[in-house]
Design a protein around this ligand. Structure first.
Ligand code: SAM
Length: 277
């Protein structure tokens, strides 16, 4: 078999709404889909349509599993990390995508938040394309934006923050990103994902910039029923984390906007209560 397999596709029809319609008989379509941050209502219509037409869904740990109900007829394979253990290594996931795309019409790779924000979605697409597999992406609502928003924290606000950084706490080499040093020098809001195990290092970097009083929020399992959070400053946040026993998956938000949250939180809660009642 050739390394790059010959692959034929029917012309994709376009729905009157402008959305692509995935046709049966088209082998090897991979759609990398963002599932949103946890609240199952924070998924897009396009993502639901992809799930409904999926033959196979490979999903991660941080997705809300109730979303799998949209994929009525699909084989569902968990490929994420639970209790610190990976079900599959990245190379195995890549191979699984390719092998399923060869034998099925539509493979959906369902990822937490947005697949292109620290989601390795681009790597999986690159790999699949080497085998002539047609690929699509459905963006998702990233936890980096939605989790602070559910706590009423605006990442930008006139007079408080003109920009924001979204940084990983854990790079490929398992180190804190060097960008944290640059971000700590700026006036921007700083959002750190995968940073809980590096909190001590992060706090020291901000303290070295004389920013001990800058407000900090830590939100664990944001937008879900298991959401837990703590607020403090660069000086106090480690104690808050210890007192409240906060851990991963969590987002760290550093910046003056954390102190602007109260009014927004109450508005947010009112809206949520109205929806529930
Ligand atoms: C591998 S990254 C994936 C991010 C994802 N692609 C996104 O756009 O949200 C996983 C990290 O995102 C953050 N995260 C994702 N979902 C979260 C949630 N519901 N609450 C808090 N943090 C979350 C945590 O820092 C977690 O360790």
């Amino acid at each position: 078999m050739n390394k790059v397999e010959k692959h034929t596709h029917k012309q994709h029809q376009v729905h009157p709404s402008g959305l692509p319609v995935w046709q049966t008989g088209v082998r090897g379509l991979l759609t990398v889909v963002g599932a949103g941050p946890g609240d199952p209502d924070l998924i897009t219509l396009k993502a639901i349509k992809a799930l409904e037409s999926a033959d196979v869904v490979l999903y991660d740990a941080l997705i809300n599993e109730s979303l799998l109900e949209y994929a009525t007829n699909a084989e569902k394979i968990f490929v994420g990390k639970r209790k610190g253990c990976y079900a599959y290594q990245q190379e195995q996931i890549n191979e699984l995508i390719v092998s399923r795309a060869k034998s099925h019409d539509h493979v959906v790779r369902l990822k937490g938040g947005d697949p292109f924000i620290f989601g390795r979605g681009a790597e999986e697409i690159d790999y699949a394309q080497q085998f002539g597999i047609e690929t699509r992406v459905v963006p998702g609502i990233s936890s980096s934006l939605a989790v602070p928003a559910y706590q009423g924290i605006p990442l930008t606000k006139r007079g408080a923050s003109e920009s924001f950084w979204v940084i990983t706490g854990t790079t490929k080499s398992h180190k804190l990103s060097q960008d944290v040093y640059l971000a700590a020098k700026s006036n921007a809001t700083v959002v750190i994902l995968m940073g809980m195990s590096k909190l001590n290092e992060i706090v020291s970097i901000f303290a070295a910039e004389n920013k001990r009083d800058i407000p900090v929020a830590i939100i664990q399992n944001g937008t879900t029923e298991k959401e837990r959070f703590g607020f403090g400053t660069i000086q106090t946040i480690e104690q808050v984390v210890s007192d409240k026993k906060l851990s991963s998956p969590a987002i760290i938000v550093i910046g003056e906007v954390v102190n602007q949250r109260v009014k927004l939180t109450s508005i947010c809660r009112e809206v949520r209560e109205e929806i529930v009642s």
